[in-house]
Design a protein around this ligand. Structure first.
Ligand SMILES: [Fe+2]
Length: 466
């Protein structure tokens, strides 16, 4: 672990989130030796921005403006709109035409975004490329690396395909849609790529709202498992029910999948369960969630441990589960997008993280938000087709990130992480399950019991550990 990683995890232990520049500042000031002083100074600040350090006057300004007594969340109404729920369109025979439609939809949406990039001003379709300077957009396949470290790949659009070669990319993934700028050789039918242009992302600017309300974000509860952290989970529920301080501002609770441990997800799972019937697992979950105050709306999507089929997009949990819950629970597909008081949320359980952690150089499971950055740049939640993520060939590619969200949420990894990227809050939500036998075997250390809290008035993320 680098010094920066050590600093970050020590801060997280104290429930303090910081911008990356702040870690750099701490290193400059003396690293781990300076850290206790920093924690002392900022222990009452759940999210420290670089600006807060270089302009300490901001602190006093904020104090003055928040001196009024806030209205509790229970006195506000919900402002919730579903923008995309993929549950509706699940039929498919899996024939080649359906896969073709899925990829064409992906290509159309992403090439439209890429073509608006300045480097793509003179882009033409692949069939219209001519000798010399060239720019075009296509979907990638057959990626390989030469002995000298160049990347060779095929690029295809609706008009044709070409071979490309580049020395200027760290990596390229099969099935991602990219723009390329370089020189085309007609005799070799090869495009020598100088620059790769990904769709990219930028969230909209000022999005703070008047209401002083917050959204709590969690994932992977795994009710029914022997390693479900029941006491800490119950502490969290008690905190919500008491509704004091920050808890009193919570108006929404978002849950990013794997709400129960399921049955038969992996071999010999029954040895790891306290509840052996999946419906009883959901009943136990419902008993818990029905205790959550009724002014809090809950949004639940499924994960790979849930009752619905594994292939993505996964439909919402079925009606028979829905009727176990009170009316403040919204069951949606994985992935889904929705708007809360004007904030756009995209929530995805995160199975593709298993693919991307292996395919993107330098990644590991503690770097989930770095992988999420790539998702945002590629504007796709699961850019590589297949591998460890089964995908249903629907005519629409639901995993495309059409509109840049204000908040991108994943789970699945059982390690909490948070970062901001081009104005997007990225949260890999924490779990409620401690290390399983399987995780121990894989030398994987989860980080459960943390709740991310986004205050919509301040547009500020904080984290609370239970
Ligand atoms: Fe999970």
């Amino acid at each position: 672990m680098s010094e920066k990683d050590l600093i970050l995890s020590a801060l997280l232990e104290k429930g303090i989130l910081v911008e990356p520049e702040v870690v750099g500042y701490i290193v400059e000031k003396g690293g781990m030796n300076y850290l206790p002083k920093f924690i002392n100074k900022f222990s009452n600040r759940p999210h420290v921005k670089y600006r807060d350090i270089i302009e300490p006057t901001n602190l006093s300004v904020r104090k003055n403006t928040t001196s009024h007594i806030p209205k509790p969340a229970s006195e506000y109404g919900w402002d919730f709109k579903i923008d995309m729920d993929a549950s509706v369109e699940m039929r498919g025979t899996g024939d080649a035409i359906e896969f073709k439609r899925l990829f064409e939809d992906r290509f159309r949406k992403l090439s439209k975004i890429i073509s608006s990039r300045v480097q793509m001003q003179n882009a033409v379709s692949i069939a219209r490329l001519t000798e010399g300077k060239a720019a075009t957009i296509g979907i990638v396949s057959d990626v390989s690396t030469t002995r000298k470290g160049s990347i060779i790949f095929k690029l295809e659009d609706l008009s044709g395909e070409i071979k490309c070669l580049t020395r200027n990319a760290e990596f390229i993934l099969n099935d991602e849609v990219i723009g390329v700028v370089g020189k085309y050789s007609e005799s070799r039918k090869m495009l020598y790529v100088d620059e790769i242009v990904r769709p990219g992302c930028m969230a909209r600017g000022n999005r703070k709202i008047e209401e002083d309300i917050s959204v709590a974000i969690i994932s992977d509860i795994h009710v029914g498992s022997k390693t479900f952290i029941k006491e800490r989970w119950e502490k969290f529920l008690e905190w919500l029910k008491k509704g004091e301080g920050e808890a009193g501002k919570i108006k929404y609770l978002l849950i990013a999948g794997d709400v129960v441990d399921g049955i038969g997800v992996y071999p010999h799972q029954e040895e790891e369960l306290t509840i052996l019937d999946i419906f009883e697992q959901y009943e136990a979950l419902a008993e818990y969630l029905n205790e959550v105050p009724d002014y809090i709306k809950m949004v639940i999507i499924p994960g790979n441990h849930d009752l619905v089929r594994n292939a993505e997009p996964q439909p919402a949990l079925p009606r028979e589960i829905e009727k176990m819950f009170n009316g403040n629970v919204e069951l949606l597909s994985n992935p889904t997008t929705f708007t809360i008081h004007g904030y756009r949320f995209m929530m995805y359980h995160g199975a593709s993280l298993n693919n991307l952690v292996e395919l993107i150089p330098g990644m590991d499971y503690t770097k989930t938000t770095e992988i999420m950055q790539y998702m945002l740049d590629m504007r796709h939640l699961s850019p590589v087709y297949g591998e460890k993520v089964p995908i249903v060939p629907t005519p629409r590619d639901y995993l495309v990130i059409d509109t840049v969200p204000d908040v991108l949420i994943t789970g699945h990894v059982h390690i909490f992480s948070y970062a901001m990227y081009h104005g997007v809050h990225m949260v890999n939500a924490s779990a409620w399950q401690e290390q399983t036998k399987y995780q121990k075997m894989m030398n994987f250390n989860p980080d459960p019991g943390k709740v991310a809290i986004l205050n919509l008035k301040e547009d500020r993320m904080s984290v609370k550990a239970f």
